[in-house]
Write a protein that binds this ligand. Structure first.
Ligand code: NAD
Length: 363
């Protein structure tokens, strides 16, 4: 049985967000709390800086924010977190390709086993909450067979259909890097639990998300990391040639997509969707540096290092499947979103407190 499936969020309902102190979670929680939901955050606080997000949420929303400090690898803690909730957003993860290369067991335990812990906890519920899982574009692999050419300071697909529409869900899966494997395994479990056990669950395969409350580092969150390093005049490293292109999605637009996904779970359960800024919101690393230079009056300096494993030269989401299912559209253009992230970094003092030690990745 499922509570409130296929309906708008009801006032006072209890929502669980795993990885609840993180970047996406904080933006989502703020929105849900403003809509009148109660939010339970489940997080082991392992990501540096995320306690600040919890402090901020509590300052905004007080007692409506519940924090459970726990680990997604702990089955009993996960079962307790799921008790009594109507909806679940599952974000707790080992989030970096780089870390997955150095510690694949940790990556597997958190991402794959942790997701299975959550699925089993939901399956055991009398009233099963609906679930949204956040996967990654890395499940589509390196995309070597997509011919590219250089145009000015970016790569672009040689085929006009790919350039116009991006990469769709019909693309064969090709998990790349331990992170790609652990996230890919997790999303397949989620989709299969929808099929085999009837769980109301759906998957977003996300491209690069950016926005306020993001503590971008060398390992993950490259748009925020660029800005933090630029504000601090810290070192930046581009791996590859800087021409690589991503579609970046402002977090507010992602939050709207996530609310719609839960509201439409009866129709979209058991399906995976590519979610990103789409062909209208693409940027290369060099182009983002140019934009940062325009905003700050000084183009950040950088050094170049060789490509790293699983670095895609081009990834842009074809979001038409989700748009057709829900009516969603990305609303925030790249320059407006980057300005808002920059304003938050400056106003919150976040940039001033970050270490200025290392470079940049694109994931
Ligand atoms: N931000 C992006 O560009 C992006 C892109 C693709 C997919 N995703 C996925 O979206 C989700 C949210 O990403 P984000 O950018 O907000 O990441 P984030 O690192 O800000 O948030 C993840 C949270 O999970 C917590 N966490 C880590 N290990 C945990 C564990 N073992 N138990 C409990 N909590 C744990 C961390 O402390 C952190 O607060 C992640 O699953 C990530 O893989 C993000």
């Amino acid at each position: 049985m499922t509570a409130d499936r296929g309906q708008r969020f009801a006032s006072g309902e209890l929502v669980l967000i795993t990885g609840g102190a993180g970047f996406v979670a904080t933006n989502l929680a703020d929105r849900l709390l403003r809509d009148g939901a109660r939010v339970r955050l489940f997080d082991n606080l392992s990501r540096a800086g995320v306690e600040q997000n919890v402090t901020w949420l509590r300052a905004q929303h007080g007692e409506a924010v519940e924090l459970l400090v726990g680990d997604i690898r702990d089955t009993a803690a996960v079962a307790a977190a799921v008790a009594g909730v109507q909806r679940v957003f599952h974000f707790a993860a080992q989030v970096a390709v780089t870390t997955s290369l150095t510690d694949p067991f940790l990556d597997f335990e958190v991402n794959a086993r942790g997701t299975l812990n959550l699925l089993e906890a939901i399956r055991a519920c009398h009233e099963r909450p609906s679930l949204l899982f956040t996967s990654t574009n890395k499940v589509y692999g390196h995309l070597d067979d997509v011919p590219l050419r250089q145009r000015n300071r970016r790569y672009e697909p040689a085929e006009t259909a790919v350039a116009r529409l991006g990469i769709s869900e019909t693309r064969p899966l090709d998990f790349h890097s331990p992170y790609g494997c652990s996230k890919g395994a997790a999303e397949q479990y989620v989709l299969d639990y929808a099929r085999t056990f009837g769980l109301p669950a759906t998957v977003f395969r996300m491209s690069c998300i950016y926005g306020p409350h993001q503590f971008g580092t060398e390992d993950q969150g490259w748009v925020a990391h660029f800005l933090i390093q630029a504000l601090n005049r810290g070192p930046l490293t581009l791996y590859g040639d800087g021409l690589q292109v991503r579609d970046i999605l402002f977090v507010e637009d992602l939050v709207e997509a996530m609310r719609l996904a839960h509201a439409c779970i009866d129709r979209i359960g058991g399906e995976a969707f590519n979610l990103g800024g789409g062909p209208g919101n693409t940027v290369s690393l060099l182009e983002l540096l140019d934009l940062v230079g325009d905003l700050l009056g000084e183009r950040p300096a950088f050094t170049i290092e060789p490509w790293r494993p699983a670095d895609q030269r081009y990834y842009v989401s074809d979001t038409r499947k989700f748009e057709a299912a829900t009516g969603w559209r990305p609303r925030t253009p790249v320059d407006a979103g980057v300005r808002r992230l920059l304003a938050w970094l400056e106003e919150s003092g976040t940039a001033a407190h970050r270490e200025v030690t290392s470079g940049q990745v694109a994931s």
